[in-house]
Design a protein around this ligand. Structure first.
Ligand code: AVJ
Length: 321
């Protein structure tokens, strides 16, 4: 029997992505979306509480301080779709403000079933909300929501600077695809972390109690659990780097010695040299000019922007042209 016959559809694509990333010539890599299994989603929630990781609190402050103004600019009854809802905590206030005005359908789109379940629990008691969670990739989920919008304008939420995980050409391409699913006049509320000094960023992605290290290493743990991998996690180390030219923080996992690791369900074994890394995530940081350029490149007009000054972060309200 061929191995793939025993794998679920999810395992097949996870195995294919692992295989492609770890056999890449030059820099090995793994897609950051696989960081968010049940363990990874919970570790990410702990990261958001760390004093060094100011990003989530900055966005919370913006959404709390300006929710009345944001809602006032969205002047009609809406259907809301959220790309990557996570635990739903950051969205709750905004949904409450919308639902007080009009009954609102909320579609969280989330590939992590654990996060989706948490999100539904978090917003379930809001008056006049109707919730339909979609366990899909972002664009598949958004296409479904767009098809069932019932004549109302769409508000797409893409918060937390998740856009920063795409490199700039992929980000522009992704936003163009989002735009392609929308109609003129639909909205996108986009969270973007802004450039700040390298030491601040490095501390945010390499915290002193090791939560981010655990979050990163869990990716190898997940490969062990779900693909019968044989990684010894004590042979790898979390590394955070700042690339000033690209203005991004990178997370890597560095092999402490030369070693060969088998991954049974990906039908492979891979050699790591001593000091070689697997690149697991990029988090791009933006200038206000970068954000305007992204809007123009992808067919949106920037309607408003709110910036947190304590931890530079911008919430952008874009309108589809
Ligand atoms: C949830 C993708 C925005 O890139 O800052 C946190 C994930 N990685 N610490 C980010 C993350 C390391 C986070 N995003």
């Amino acid at each position: 029997m061929i191995a793939s016959a025993e794998l679920s559809i999810f395992e097949q694509s996870f195995a294919a992505d692992v295989q492609a990333g770890l056999t890449k010539a030059g820099q090995k890599e793994l897609p950051s979306k696989y960081l968010y299994d049940t363990v990874g989603s919970r570790l990410f929630d702990v990261i958001t509480a760390l004093p060094e990781y100011g990003l989530t609190r900055a966005e919370d402050r913006i959404l709390r301080q300006h929710s009345a103004e944001i809602v006032a600019r969205l002047h009609t009854p809406l259907t809301v779709a959220e790309l990557g809802s996570g635990s739903g905590q950051k969205t709750r206030g905004l949904l409450e403000a919308l639902c007080v005005r009009d009954p609102t359908s909320y579609y969280p789109i989330e590939i992590s079933p654990a996060a989706l379940a948490m999100c539904k629990r978090e917003v379930a008691d809001i008056q006049a909300i109707s919730i339909l969670g979609l366990e899909r990739d972002y664009l598949d989920g958004l296409a479904e929501v767009a098809a069932s919008r019932q004549g109302k304008p769409l508000l797409v939420l893409f918060l937390g600077s998740t856009i920063g995980n795409f490199d700039p050409p992929a980000a522009a391409n992704f936003l163009q695809e989002v735009r392609g699913l929308l109609q003129p006049g639909d909205w996108l509320l986009l969270g973007t972390d802004l450039a700040k000094p390298a030491p601040v960023l490095l501390a945010a992605y390499d915290d002193p109690i090791g939560v981010t290290a655990a979050f990163n290493l869990n990716l190898l743990g997940r490969i062990n659990r779900e693909l019968d991998g044989h990684f010894d996690l004590s042979d790898f180390e979390h590394v955070a780097r700042f690339d000033a030219t690209a203005c991004r923080v990178e997370m890597h996992l560095r092999s402490n010695r030369r070693q060969r690791v088998a991954i049974e369900k990906a039908d492979m074994s891979v050699v790591f040299e001593e000091g070689e890394t697997i690149w697991t995530e990029s988090s791009h940081k933006y200038t206000p000019a970068d954000i305007l350029r992204m809007a123009q490149l992808s067919g949106f007009r920037c309607e408003a922007q709110w910036v947190d000054t304590e931890w530079p972060f911008a919430e952008n309200l874009w309108i589809a042209e």
